[in-house]
Design a protein around this ligand. Sequence first.
Ligand code: PMP
Length: 284
Amino acid sequence: RTVYVNGEYVPETEAKVSIFDRAFLMADGVYEVTSVIDGKLVDFDGHAKRLERSLSELEMRNPVTMDELLEIHRELVKRNDLEEGGIYLQITRGAPADRDFAWPDPDEVPSGIVLFTFAKKLVEMPSIKTGIKVISIPDERWSRRDIKTTQLLYPSWGKMMAKKKGCDDAWMVEEGVVTEGTSNNAYIVKGNTIITRALSNDILHGITRAAVLRFAEEAQFKVEERDFTIAEAQEADEAFITSATTFVQPVVEIDGAAIGTGKPGDVSLRLREIYIEESLKTAK
Ligand code: PMP
């Protein structure tokens, strides 16, 4: 693979970053993952906008302009012949000479930036036919989950807890209600209504979430942005998750209880279809 590191396109085996990089020492970095279908970037503008917000919340500088960023994404797709998969982008606060809790002056220590592609079947994901099983775990992350930082140890741990129980993912619960999945937003379906937690600092503002809710309303589904419990989810007709690399993915079991028929639900599958169809129209 050819990857991008601080202004250069290099083979992945030659890419290097400093051991003093603050993302390495302190998870002082933000990231985005943009999916690629048919060699095109899905909702690039949405990801670019959220990146700007994450950077500004952390007083971090973007080392490139948004036009340059689009160009780098496209160049990597081209150089790697990427048809389907995604692009990972990370901006870090750079590598000061010494480790220090206080962050450095951005005029003295420039931000670092890396991007790489990954090939993956997204449209024909095998897990869509079966749906996924989730467990619930307490949400023990920090309270600024709206900022997409590389501080991912708890979600990673949550995923492992799920795997140990023979499941695929974990939904996190705080004050009795679901916040989101380890790397996705969480939804339940009751009749014609799609229910998902409202936006706040408690969850990541999913780019896929925004698109799916918009398409759902256009397709005459009702959308309710409100809290729900694991018990309510277990009683729902359907459940699903969304993220850039899974689109809409049906959830068929929560803490051992089958949801609805125990198979991927019609509404979830319909939303998945609509999402793929509609988002391809604006893909760049
Ligand atoms: N919540 C969390 C905690 C996530 O990590 C992600 C994906 N990175 C999402 C939600 C989904 O966001 P998006 O649709 O923008 O991929």
